[in-house]
Design a protein around this ligand. Structure first.
Ligand code: PMT
Length: 219
C-alpha cells in the first residue's frame, strides 16, 4: 500500500467567491474563479487526505474523490465550514474570497429603478477562517491574504489577528496571478519562517503549499 503524507487526515477547504444578495435578482461578489481552492483540494486528495471542498458559485467541475459542498453567501459558507469542522478537521484552508460585507436589508421583491442615486447599506460578514481558528478543537488553519499593496505586512497582520498557523500572501494587483488566472505567485508565512514561490500554475503551487503544510504540522 502506498499512503500519502495526509493519509487518515480530514482537510476542509473553502474556495471561490461568495454572493451577497441585494434583492432576489442581484448580488455583490468578486472575481474569484475557485481555481486556487480547487487545485488545493486536488493536491490534498493526492496527498491521501479525505477532502471536503466548500465552494461558492464557480464554473469548475467537482474534483473527483472530493466531497463538494456548494454554497452562495458568506453566511452559508460559515455554516457549512462549522458543520464540516464539527465532523472532524485536521487542516482548514481558507482560499475563498469571502465578501467582507453584505447588504444589510434584502427586500423580498426586486428593487425598482427610481431616483438618480441609490445607497445600499452594507454590514460586516463574520470572519469564517477566524471563527474556525478560535475553536477549542482548532485544526491547523491556513488563510490567504489577497492584497494590492503592502502584501507581506498585511498578510503578517492577518496571520496574527486571525490566529492562523500559516498564511499565503497573494499580490492580486498583478493580472497574471491571483484572481481568475491559471498561475499564481505567493509568499507563504508562518510564525518563524517564510517561503516564496515564483509564478507557476495553481495546480503545481497547490502541491507545494500542501507539502509545506505537512512539514509545518505538529506530528
Ligand atoms: O479563485 P481564484 O480565481 O483562483 O483566485 C485565488 C484567490 C486570489 C481568490 C486566492 O488565492 C486568495 O487570495 N484567496 C483569499 C481572498 C481573500 O478574500 O482574501 P482576504 O485577504 O480578504 O481574506 C483573508 C483570509 O480570511 C482569507 O483566507 C479568506 O478566505 C478569509 N476570510 C475573509 C473574510 C471573511 N469574512 N471570512 C474569511 O474566512
Amino acid at each position: 500500500f502506498c499512503h500519502g503524507p495526509l493519509h487518515g487526515k480530514r482537510v476542509v477547504i473553502t474556495a471561490g467567491p461568495t454572493r451577497e444578495a441585494i434583492d432576489p435578482v442581484r448580488y455583490v461578489s468578486n472575481h474569484s474563479s475557485g481555481k486556487m481552492g480547487y487545485a488545493l483540494a486536488v493536491a490534498a486528495r493526492d496527498a491521501g487526505a479525505t477532502v471536503e471542498l466548500i465552494s461558492g458559485p464557480v464554473a469548475l467541475p467537482a474534483p473527483s474523490g472530493v466531497k463538494l459542498t456548494s454554497v452562495s453567501s458568506a453566511l452559508d459558507m460559515l455554516n457549512a465550514a462549522e458543520k464540516a469542522t464539527d465532523q472532524g478537521c485536521d487542516i482548514f484552508i481558507a482560499s475563498a474570497a469571502v465578501a467582507d460585507y453584505r447588504p444589510e436589508a434584502v427586500p423580498e421583491q426586486k428593487i425598482k429603478k427610481s431616483q438618480r442615486k441609490m445607497v445600499i447599506e452594507l454590514i460586516k460578514n463574520p470572519d469564517i477562517v477566524a471563527s474556525i481558528a478560535a475553536r477549542p478543537d482548532k485544526p491547523f488553519t491556513v488563510g490567504f491574504a489577497a492584497e494590492t499593496q503592502d502584501v507581506i505586512a498585511y498578510a503578517e497582520g492577518k496571520l496574527k489577528n486571525k490566529k492562523l498557523d500559516m498564511i499565503v500572501a497573494n499580490d492580486v494587483s498583478d493580472q497574471r496571478i491571483g484572481f481568475n488566472s491559471e498561475d499564481n505567485a505567493v509568499t507563504v508565512l508562518w510564525d518563524g519562517g517564510s517561503q516564496s514561490f515564483s509564478q507557476q500554475s495553481k495546480l503545481i503551487l497547490a502541491g507545494s503549499i500542501v507539502e509545506l503544510i505537512v512539514s509545518n504540522m505538529q506530528p
